[in-house]
Design a protein around this ligand. Sequence first.
Ligand SMILES: Nc1ncnc2c1ncn2[C@@H]1O[C@H](COP(=O)(O)OP(=O)(O)OP(=O)(O)O)[C@@H](O)[C@H]1O
Ligand SMILES: [Mg+2]
Length: 289
Amino acid sequence: MSDQAGIIARDLVQVYSSGRKLWGKSDAFRAVDRVSLSIAPGETLGIVGESGSGKSTLGRMIAGIEAPSSGLVTFWGEHYAPAGSAEWRRQRRHVQVVFQNPAAVVDPRWSIHAQVREALTTHERLAASEADDRAQAMLAMVGLGAMGKRLPHQLSGGQLQRAVIARALVINPRLVVCDEAVSALDVSVQAQIINLLLELRQKLDLSLMFISHDLSVVRHISHRVGVMHAGRLLEIGDSASLFDNPQNDYTRRLLAAIPADSPRQRRERDMRAFGGAAQPTNPQLSVPS
Ligand SMILES: Nc1ncnc2c1ncn2[C@@H]1O[C@H](COP(=O)(O)OP(=O)(O)OP(=O)(O)O)[C@@H](O)[C@H]1O
Ligand SMILES: [Mg+2]
């Protein structure tokens, strides 16, 4: 790979269509519309936005598991090869995706140690004992050092998500796209997994794309944050300034739905968001901070 480090996406567009035509017109629409962004090595980019705004579609294109209709992703100076090709499989070891539901992506018949080990030996030729040791060390890193022999159904949801993260990280990827990776977990388990990701990011110099509905989590974990709306990237910037001083009206309204730490902070934020007229926050959208 070249020395052009990190991910650069330019003008990504994804057009979907159901294939049906309405009155002779195609129903094609842009799920992602001309999005450009970059992620540096070791950087976490958070992506927020309402349901259907194109976050997952953008994540799949950044990860190279779905080709854009137009636009280009440069990954450490390379373009992704056509999906399924030998070159594309080689590139897979550098980018991993962690989704919301760990049970859907593990093999129920294999111990978690065996699954972490298998991820490793798919990409590297290793002596059996070295593969065992590296799988075990990775499980220990995610706090499952004593549970390697267990089958997926013998773990809690949070433990299973840790195992999936271990499997994603054991091959030392450069980028991990986390798509609602903690959304299904209890708040206390969410915090553990987020702290684990923060720790591993530092240890392994990972780039993270962290897609979530949960604005307080995104704020906590991200260096920069991008706001998606109807396929467009409305705003992207440094996490602290975006949350404290959003430039876009939509972002302001989205942020106004997060409960603040204190009534005073909430009042101040609502004043900013609504230009003086304080509004009640929406309990449907509230998130623990
Ligand atoms: N494979 C597909 N074929 C057709 N339409 C799709 C496909 N994948 C996504 N879409 C549509 O594209 C739009 C964006 O979907 P996407 O899953 O990227 O949104 P999202 O922001 O991740 O939403 P959520 O927060 O609910 O996960 C939606 O209207 C969705 O229905
Ligand atoms: Mg999604």
